[in-house]
Design a protein around this ligand. Sequence first.
Ligand SMILES: Cc1cc2nc3c(=O)[nH]c(=O)nc-3n(C[C@H](O)[C@H](O)[C@H](O)COP(=O)(O)OP(=O)(O)OC[C@H]3O[C@@H](n4cnc5c(N)ncnc54)[C@H](O)[C@@H]3O)c2cc1C
Length: 441
Amino acid sequence: MAVIVDKAKCIGCGSCVVECPVEALDLVDGIATVNPDKCKDNGSCVTVCPSNALTLDPKAKAKAAPESKAEGGENKEFSPSEPMPKPVADYAQTAEKKAAPVAGGDVWSGVWVIIEYNHGKIAPVSWELLGEGRKLADAIGCELCGVVTGYEVEHVIKEAFAYGAEKVYTMDDPVLKDFRTEPYADAITNLVRKYQPEIILMGATAMGRDVFPAVATRLQTGLTADCTVLGIDPETKLLQQTRPAFGGNIMATILCRTRRPQMSTVRPRVMAMPPRVEGRLGEVIREELGMTEDQVRTKVLEFIGGDAKSIFLDKAEIIVSVGLGIGSQKNMALVEELADTLGATLACSRGIVEAGWMSHDHQVGQTGVTVRPKVYIAVGISGAIQHLVGMETSDFIIAINNDPEAGILRVANYGIIGDLFQVVPALTAEFKKRLQHGVAN
Ligand SMILES: Cc1cc2nc3c(=O)[nH]c(=O)nc-3n(C[C@H](O)[C@H](O)[C@H](O)COP(=O)(O)OP(=O)(O)OC[C@H]3O[C@@H](n4cnc5c(N)ncnc54)[C@H](O)[C@@H]3O)c2cc1C
């Protein structure tokens, strides 16, 4: 028998029964009981047990992780007599090089990126993450894989290869046509349980922020949301997940030392877009969702698309961003007219949000959205560091400010030093004139 049950510790929660992919566990008189004929020693039940009542038989562990060594304690494994560690969130332990024992052993391998596809659109952050995932996979010597779930997704699989995935796991099913948490979380969770990746990444988009916590809860592992920097220790394979914390006052690096997979959502536009190589191919692993429409509680009645003005900031190509230099809410019409003329998206500094003149989802910066448009026009924004970190990687920055010492001018490609109440109307009029005459630049 592979899995050993400590009856004194078992609380009869049934997590292991739900977890086991081969139905080798059952609750008998409220205690987990293993069917030795069915058990395949994969250890996933050990990972989910909240009371540390399950351990892997040492012979099974040797089979599951033949290359792992217990020398010097660096890759120390569990012995059946040792309690499994509790799931813990680890803060600021980057100085701690030594790997903690990982629940479930060394079977976890591969960097996965969940490719976000909904209503015919692929979220570009998926490709940014394939670029970042490549670096992580190279550092620890494993495969970079894409996960494509949805309906009629063949073209998405091709794109995933073009942006660098070596392998794609896919579930193509009409139930996955519209995004809904339940079937998407099930799809990702089942793939993870079966193939056991070391790391999974997804964009910190509305979809990523919705589905990833559900997946992490089902897998009983840690999730760091909204990361802005990722790194990895090649020795311990610990993902260093950095994100603003305590209202943006510090950057925290978070490790998930004892649970797998390591899960992060990453802000769009903070990672560079990798090159697209047309025609690049890879391996496709197709799996069934195993769920029917009548098993899903949520129904999509209608999909209402957004208008141009409600375009997500992180995807905008031209942004007109306004700061407190605008003076009062009634003057906002000036920048709105400039944005309308250019077909740009309107954004702002935190000063404007605090004044109550625009909502927080328009705020650019450390505690707002990170943007990377082709053109960023900053109007009456001083350029505090918390604002700059959210926009300084824009392709082309134009700043309008009456203070020649303003910080924004240091990152600007063009600085217009002057009174915005004169400069902005003049610019708007000139753009209108040129656009009417079809002049592109
Ligand atoms: C933890 C933390 C997180 C933060 N996160 C963010 C964030 O995500 N995003 C963010 O933006 N800020 C953030 N801030 C706030 C940030 O530090 C600044 O206070 C804020 O960005 C200032 O906004 P502002 O540039 O609009 O205003 P100000 O700093 O007041 O700048 C106004 C600018 O307008 C110029 N000006 C005035 N009149 C005119 C005129 N007539 N013509 C031309 N120029 C004119 C002035 O010279 C000045 O440079 C954060 C702060 C903290 C402490």
